[in-house]
Design a protein around this ligand. Sequence first.
Ligand code: PGA
Length: 245
Amino acid sequence: MKKSIVAGNWKMYLTSSADASILTTTLRNNLSKITADVIIAPPAIWLSEVASILGKNGKVKVAAQNMFYEAEGAYTGEISPLMVKEMAEYIIIGHSERREFFGENNMDVNEKVIAALKAGLTPIICVGEKKKSVNAAQPIKELKEALMHIPKKRFKDVVVAYEPVWAIGTGESADPIYATKVITQLRQYASMETPILYGGSVNAQSVKGFAERPEIDGVLVGGASVKAKEFVKICQIWDEMKSLI
Ligand code: PGA
């Protein structure tokens, strides 16, 4: 069965370890009964602390937000897949903010996806068009290039996050029908078992519309994921809606 996933990308929010610990502890204590897989992606510097609060067998799993594709070496400022693997099960790759502010391209994303799988991490591959359009050409190209050289039998081991760039951090989430259309097209380039998430201004109000769509396997939440009460609510609503369809 395909996974149902609610993931929170903390981005570069939470600038003190005390705040990161409080949020993690609150989520751990309030999400133990959620059926969906819950993943949180703190900034790299808080990974160790967050992982130790959650524990290896806890309900809430850890993702890193980025890594380099080399296993080790003289790469100042970078973290390697092997380092991430000690702290996390998932790795976000190719987020639009990495592409926009740090010049990541589809080739880098592909190298990182390959390195993640090799290290035993589950990549969460982000794709999405910059401008609003029903044409899924850009996300499809990004996904195809992210999965280059990867055998089809491994497609079930990746997660795809469809995140229209115009919807990220704007308060304007995509229409769930629109998102479903793109996700259905992306599915043809992944596998039936690949979980495909929607991301872009998901909050406790908008999550219901995405949870109602059987084609959408989860959500990747940014800004709303660092507000403990709101993220807990998003997980609860997701679970409730998915249990009805
Ligand atoms: P947002 O971010 O929910 O703040 O729009 C989503 C993301 O960037 O993953």
